[in-house]
Design a protein. Sequence first.
Length: 401
Amino acid sequence: MTVSGAHPSTLLLGALTAMTALSIDMSLPALPQLRHLFHAGAAQAQLTLTLFLVGYAISQIFCGPLSDARGRKPVLLWGILLFTLGGIGCALSPSLPILIAFRFLQGLGAGVGPVLSRALVRDTYDRTEATVVFSHITQVMIVAPIIAPTIGGALLTHVGWPAIFVLLAIAGAALWFAVKRGIQEPDHAGLTVLTPAELLARYKLFLGNPTCVANMLIFCFAYAGLFAYVAGSPFVLMEVFGIPKAQFGVYFAITAVALLCGATLNKTLVRRQYSHAALLRLGVATVTASGALLFAASWLHWGGVAWVIVPMMGYLFGIGVTSPHAMAAAMEPYPQMAGVTSSLIGSLQTAGGGLAGALVAAFYTHTTQSLGVVVLTAVAGMLLSFAWTVTHARKSIEAVA
């Protein structure tokens, strides 16, 4: 059942969500080369990713509330313009500090895509349909991590690292025109400027709801483990296991396909009327088992790249099932402030992901151990959050009885 407003294209919503994945994953093969080219350590090269995520997180704090006040479409257009300009600046950067600065600007622009695509879904769909649409968006979005590292590796090998950011700028320009023509502003008759006090009141309202907070944390902790893999994969796959640059994208795509499969299964089961609770349990259990397997393999020194790829396939499959339900449940109670809610979720997701990636790089010892520890830590946080949802649900049932 739709709630309000015209249906935005699922393909376009997926492309907006994919802005971040495209920006991160296409540049991943370049990290080892940037490290050597600019005579930097792994942690310094990692700043091109970390500062992108910092800018992305900061952007999300403001773009959601701003879109509640001024409309989704204008904020989208300004954000995509920043993203495009940031890509041009990255391509022209003569040094690592300047590259990092433009990556930060690019991240500021990229933040609008996922936040406002989620808000647009909440504007126009109820919870059950939103879960299906979020799965659709994941199916579209996952094309980016499937093809981006391969494209990035090819550009790196045959043209050079600046070509990666030129292509990102071109993609940003194309997306700007697509939004200009393809997004209709939802019906928000009550649009008004939010004062800081009103904004804080909305955050307080959301954070005071245990269902919203617990489901938000499930979503964010699960993605923190994913970001740990994304950040650590160039070093783990290419340096620890000696995977050639040209083949890196293939290995990365294998795990990304697992996320696509999880989202597809979830969409099918929702349409067959499986309960949200049952599917959330399935996703959480899959993520937990896979994270534990990766940790065991990394610390027991089980050899071979398969002991990274196979557990991460399971992990991403579980996220494909878990995230649509956690996201829809977190955003359902307060449709009147979908932008604020999406901003808060996105900011926490990105801050957690950036921290996870930074920890993998900081404790990297040319083994898979730092990756295993960070992923298991994320799993533990997700499990505690899931236990909170179960406890709160039982208390609510007892209170009604």
